[in-house]
Design a protein around this ligand. Sequence first.
Ligand code: ADP
Length: 327
Amino acid sequence: MIEIKNIGVFTSGGDAPGMNAAIRAVVRTALFNEKKITAIYQGYQGMIEGNFCEMQSRSVSSIIQKGGTILKSARCLEFKTKEGRQTAFENLQKEGIDALVAIGGDGTFTGANLFSLEYGIPVVCIPGTIDNDLNGSDYTLGYDTANNTVIEAIDKIKDTAASHSRLFFVEVMGRDSGCIALNAGVASGAEAILLPEKDTAISELIDMLETAADKNKSSTIVIVAEGDKNGGAYNVEKHVKQKFDYYDTKVSILGHLQRGGSPSSFDRVLATKMGYHAVQELLKGSTRVTIGIRGNKIVTTPLEEALNKSEFKLDEDLVKIAQVMNI
Ligand code: ADP
């Protein structure tokens, strides 16, 4: 095993609350182990451009509570080319970076896996995405914070929905994953939840709404994940309105506010554990794995497995519970 001397850390793809806490933990764990730690700014783009900076313990002071990422993030098409990755590797070599911690989502993991296979550089990943859609971890960084942001928004929407007896369609993030919609839907007491993983016909939704109306509900909230097959909250509203023209309906798209904000206590602690273990795993000789948490234990999973979408399962128990709660 070759001794690691200088670890590069970067964030890539969509930002998520908790990324800064993870960066802080990676930096401090590396320094604790007397390793050099180099920040790579703007993800893979920064690797290609040689955008590096050596970090000290004080470089990460007072960032644990901040959303976003101090290392910036970027979507980098050049890294998808062989030439781009070759330039990135040459820059890492010049800088003396001999191992990487990558923090991001499935795109970041895919790039990291390929790069490590091609150039033999050890890589450990940390799942940072609000979507919670990676295998290998019960929770990804930012998911808990995003859920809290969503339920805070829905609580406010419910106030106005109840005052005016309105039917609200609230669209939340999740193109392929209904985790936020399901979790926040249950936590906010929504009447119906439309998920990308399920085919909910408009007729089925209308039945649910009719049942809710019969039971004298003062407000009705329908959560629509952005990837729901009916085409988003505006489309769902349009179809429902055709059937119930007497309903006072409103649409609220929560959008990017779900990605920002100060990380929750849960995300800060999880990020700190993951950052610590990412460095420990590298120093133990692990590569092409992601750090995760399963049943409150930190675990590692090979990147190929973490990226296997067919193994990703929605919480079916919670889907069932959500239906029971809507009676
Ligand atoms: P996320 O990590 O949040 O899923 P992206 O899908 O945008 O975000 O991926 C982040 C970056 O990872 C991309 O901009 C690109 O530089 C790199 N990447 C994604 N897929 C690949 C791939 N197939 N090969 C090499 N690099 C990739």
